[in-house]
Every structure is written in C-alpha cells, then in structure tokens.
Design a binder for this molecule. Sequence first.
Ligand SMILES: NCc1[nH]cc(CCC(=O)O)c1CC(=O)O
Ligand SMILES: [Zn+2]
Ligand SMILES: [Zn+2]
Length: 328
Amino acid sequence: MTMAFSRLHSGIHHPLPRSWQSRCLLNKAMFMYPIFITDDPDACVDIPSLPGQRRWGINRLEEFIGPLVEKGLASVILFGVPLKCDKDGRGTPADDPEGPVILGVKKLRSLFPSLYIACDVCLCEYTSHGHCGLLNEDGTINNDPSVDRLAEVALNYAIAGAHCVAPSDMMDGRIMAIKRKLIDAGYGNKCTLMSYSAKFASSLYGPFRDAAGSAPAFGDRKCYQLPPAAKGLARRAIIRDTAEGADIIMVKPALPYLDIIADAVELAPNHPLACYQVSGEFAMIHAGAKAGVFDLRVMAFESVESMVRAGASIILSYFTPDFLDWLV
Ligand SMILES: NCc1[nH]cc(CCC(=O)O)c1CC(=O)O
Ligand SMILES: [Zn+2]
Ligand SMILES: [Zn+2]
C-alpha cells in the first residue's frame, strides 16, 4: 500500500513538533556519573586519556561533587584506584575499611544526603594480576571462590552505605550469590543490585584501564567477558541475571551494542535498563570533535539519544557533568 499523502517533513519543520517526535526525552536523572577515587586523600590528578576527568582524593570530593549536585546530579558510581596499597591474589584492598571506595561512600553519604551512590564491584583494580576474579595456579579463573569474594566485597560496600552495588567482573553465578548475601545480612531492602549483564570484551576500555590501573598483567579478559559478536551469550546473560535477582540490567559498551540494548528491553521488560557509555566511547567522541569530524555537544546528544531510543533508561557516562549543563 502506498501512502502518497504521507509527509514526514510536516512533522519536523518547527522545533516544537520536532521535539514531539522523540519517544524518549533525556533528563538529568538518567545520568550516572562514573568517578575515580584514589588513596591519596588530597589527589586531584588529570587522566590524560579521559579529557576533563580526574582521580580524586577523599578530601577533594566536596569541591568536586558539590557543584554537580547543585546542578542536579542524581547518582554516581565509584571506582577505587589504589595506588599506594599492596595488591594481592584475592584483591584484599577492594574492601579495605580505610580504602578509597569504603571511605568514599561514607564521605559522599554524609556530604550529599540526596545523592544516590553506586559502587562498581570488581577485583581487577585490586589484584596483583589485574584479573577480575581469583586465579588457579595455571592462570585460569577460579570461578566459585571469585564469586564468594565478590559477594563479600559487595556486602561490605552495602554496609558502608552504598545504595547500589554493580558487579562488573563477569564471573558465573555472582548475581545470585550477591543477592543472597545482601538479603541474609539484612540489606535485601536497602541496596540495589545492578548487574553488568551483557559486558563485552571490548577495545573501548583502554582509557579506563589507564585511569584505574586495572589492565591485566598477562593475557586478556576474553575467557569471562563476552565476544563482541556473541548475541546469543548476551541474551543468555540477560535472562540469567534477571532470574538470579538483578534489580537493574546493564549493557556495556553502549553505542556499538544498541541491538543488545533493544534485546534487553525484550528479554527483561520489567527491569530498568542501564547502558555504559564507556571510556573509549567518550574518548572517541572527544577525538572526533577535536579532529573536526563533528561538534562535541551535538555528537554527545546523538550518542545518548540513540541509547535511550534503543531502550536504555539509565546511562553511565563521563559526559554527565556536561549534560547537567546542557539539559534544563
Ligand atoms: N571490571 C573492570 C571494569 N569496570 C568498568 C570498566 C570499563 C569502564 C570504561 O571503560 O569506562 C572495566 C574495564 C574492564 O573490564 O577492563
Ligand atoms: Zn574487573
Ligand atoms: Zn569494574
């Protein structure tokens, strides 16, 4: 059937009807800001591969986060960057009571009562080998002890006051184990579990590994993160994590994986859906703008609007401070 009289331009010739065409409008509360907290309490150090982002010490969090909260920052996700401590095989510094994450959660809770605070849960920043779990003698992942250790770390973040724990390690069975542990310790109704469910072994994590000092000392993460073309595994991971008790499902990276975001909407229609615009996506947009390929702001909007169109309701992004300025 032809629609000879159907015209598209007539719906977009003016800014107001143009805005009505967007199914999902962006708002500030969608954005969760990833922040790097280090163990030098007075640090404020530029991260060269992540334009405008820094590693912050605990004593500098007020000056860093205060102005953003004033502008409407709703949530942050914390990454610990231990530079001075001794890393070991089981990632002991991850939940050191004097470590950057535990101290950071407590500090942010007391400074900003309205701010929602998530903690990334992983061991790679804290293990001597830089892998996300514990290893066997032969260098392969030892899954079940890894899951126990991750659940212990997650619970300690919840006890410190995290509103949300977000395991990014990709061990098998960690969602069920963390949920069980939170419930048994009385945090079943106090802490959200956001699963990095469909997390791919991507080339786009490079700047983050610089920032967090979490590159693996040998090998890669291909035995636990998903192969980029593996749609089936991503779908199974989403179904599994939903069944294991995740409260929020995440897809990561975001822009090259919009089909997976759309799949997650279909497979987990009753869950909020997050996506992570990762460090390499952010760095690429900056590099492209610098090279004159596009305007930074226009491209930043296009990228996150694509994610929302695909079905994401939460976006983890290093552009969060910019969007707080750009959105009304
Ligand atoms: N578990 C580690 C972790 N947690 C978040 C990111 C990436 C975030 C980013 O690139 O912005 C990574 C990188 C990795 O898996 O090596
Ligand atoms: Zn990791
Ligand atoms: Zn992580």
